[in-house]
Design a protein around this ligand. Sequence first.
Ligand SMILES: Cc1cc2nc3c(=O)[nH]c(=O)nc-3n(C[C@H](O)[C@H](O)[C@H](O)COP(=O)(O)O)c2cc1C
Ligand code: SF4
Length: 343
Amino acid sequence: MGRKIFETVRLNNLTMKNRLIRSATWEGLSDFDGSISDEAYEIYSEVAHGGVGTVIVGFTDISDDDHYIHGAMRLSRDELIPQYRKLTDIIHAEGCAVISQLAMGAYYRKLPNGLVKQVEPDQMTQDEIRNVIEMFIQSAKRAGKAGCDGVQIHAAHFFFLSRFISPRVNHRTDIYGGDTVRRSRILKEILSGIKSKCPGLHISVKINSSDFTLGGLEEDESLEICRLLAENGIDSIEVSGNGTSVEGIRPHVNEAYFLDFAARLAESVNVSVILVGGLRSIQTMQEILDNTKIELLSLSRPLLREPDLPEKFRKGESSESKCISCNACYGSHAHRCVFVDFR
Ligand SMILES: Cc1cc2nc3c(=O)[nH]c(=O)nc-3n(C[C@H](O)[C@H](O)[C@H](O)COP(=O)(O)O)c2cc1C
Ligand code: SF4
């Protein structure tokens, strides 16, 4: 029998009530210290109540010193665990699995005068790189203590790890640069560290299919990195790319803009592939399950517009998202959909 959107899925260390995932979506609501606001709890409660199977909590910073994006949650210190636990409890109460997206925008070196300075991969010492790897591992441990079922290593969208593995940015000639294997070594070391320190956590990665930039990561190399991660025990791979939230998506016209790469990847690795980007109709999603080996379907903007879209799909009350992919939500308070009055 064919695979269905609304059926229970069991992957390594993860049970999901359906194949729909809320892809990581940063709200920008946290204080400078990374604490979680009441409004963020409300947003996660709404989205979990709306019927999605798994929630990937948005950009959760692994470092106290990272100031690349504003208002990110953090798991950079033990004191932040109870607040994150409250968040995972809210999501679990609705029967959803919870994955924390662990991320770093950029590396900031501490200067002797107490200030910090952004440093790109080429300028980093090996000790600094090992420090970043350790921060990812420690944050994953905290995510586990906070009740997360899994973590997602954010290696997409030209944030720190995405830049580190990109030939456009990383020109190192040591063990952390020079070719595909060495540039992606940082991911391999984060992965093996989390596997050994956090047994039982599902480990996912979000990665660019392509950087879509001159001299950047291209599809064949991205495939090779994904294969290396699969060989080293990654549990799932979410396929994205720079230019992540493409505008003007219309149901049945131009949906699922990373589909070709994700389908190719799913053919070549023995790991669950998650497709994100421009999924707008239940028909397209079912066709993807029917015609490819992609296992999971991830949505961001449609759930900003209609947090209860999965439930509407399930009940047959809707077959298409109302999101028009205008990207106005990037500029709104809490990244709410500008067409909805949530008050
Ligand atoms: C307001 C907003 C915030 C986002 N924050 C994140 C994030 O924290 N981490 C991430 O990997 N992607 C983030 N994304 C990208 C989405 O997860 C997703 O990859 C992209 O929007 C394409 O999917 P969609 O067409 O379903 O929106 C964000 C997107 C939006 C619109
Ligand atoms: S503002 Fe609303 S309609 Fe526009 S992209 Fe965001 S969620 Fe979709």
